[in-house]
Design a protein around this ligand. Sequence first.
Ligand SMILES: Nc1ncnc2c1ncn2[C@@H]1O[C@H](COP(=O)(O)OP(=O)(O)OP(=O)(O)O)[C@@H](O)[C@H]1O
Length: 261
Amino acid sequence: MDGRVLGLNGVTVRRGGGHLLDGVDWSVLEGERWVILGPNGAGKTTLLNVASSQTYPTAGGVEILGERLGGVDVFELRPLIGYAGASVSSRIEEDTPVLDLVLSAAYGYLGRFREEYGVPDYGRARALLGHWGVGDLADRSFHTLSEGERKRVLIARALMSDPELLLLDEPAAGLDLGGREDLVRRMGKLAMSDVAPALVVVSHHVEEIPPGFTHGLLLREGRVVKAGPLGEVMTAEYLSETFGLPLKIERDGDRWTARAI
Ligand SMILES: Nc1ncnc2c1ncn2[C@@H]1O[C@H](COP(=O)(O)OP(=O)(O)OP(=O)(O)O)[C@@H](O)[C@H]1O
């Protein structure tokens, strides 16, 4: 795999006569923690869908965990990729217990059918829920949870198969300030762990970049404005261009803030 977890080369996705992504080049190496930032409609979710092998590009090449998309059985690849986002929540059936949702991720399912699980599977699922602060919710139905609780359950689920690449689409969307800060802190702990997979998190807000994140990709209208180490990417110039308004960016330790000027 050569240390490269993800490689996109000139990736273009066209739908309905428009470009969702336009010539995107991007590499993610083992150990890197990336944030993808951009305004509504920039193509962030589309990029994550390509990276998770859910969307095939119209043009360009994609390599995921050393395998070329189009030349590999994606059903063998997908268990190695953890994914959490709104598209997962919306497919979960009513009354699905939280524990079953996490357990069944080992098979890529969204709830239990007839498959059998052993004691270690239960142990891992409960440990992950506990680690993300939702261990006492294991027997609740997923749809009865608050937004913040759901987000944490979905991250625990995404980690169940011990993935080599973890993709989180707007994990802090819809959370109140306390919920956001709690999640950012937990993601920061994951980011700083040596055994964590390569991480890619999509966000609209620089305030949501967790400590320990190393790289950023700025996207506007399907094109990369700038990608690279966070210190090079997080400038007023690049972020203003990305969001289409003049911004002031400040760094306080390992956190960032932005406001219009
Ligand atoms: N199947 C489709 N056909 C046509 N246009 C599409 C399709 N899917 C997405 N789009 C458009 O592509 C653009 C990029 O969508 P995408 O969801 O990737 O953006 P995003 O950056 O994740 O946006 P947001 O921050 O609002 O979630 C949007 O303008 C969207 O309307």
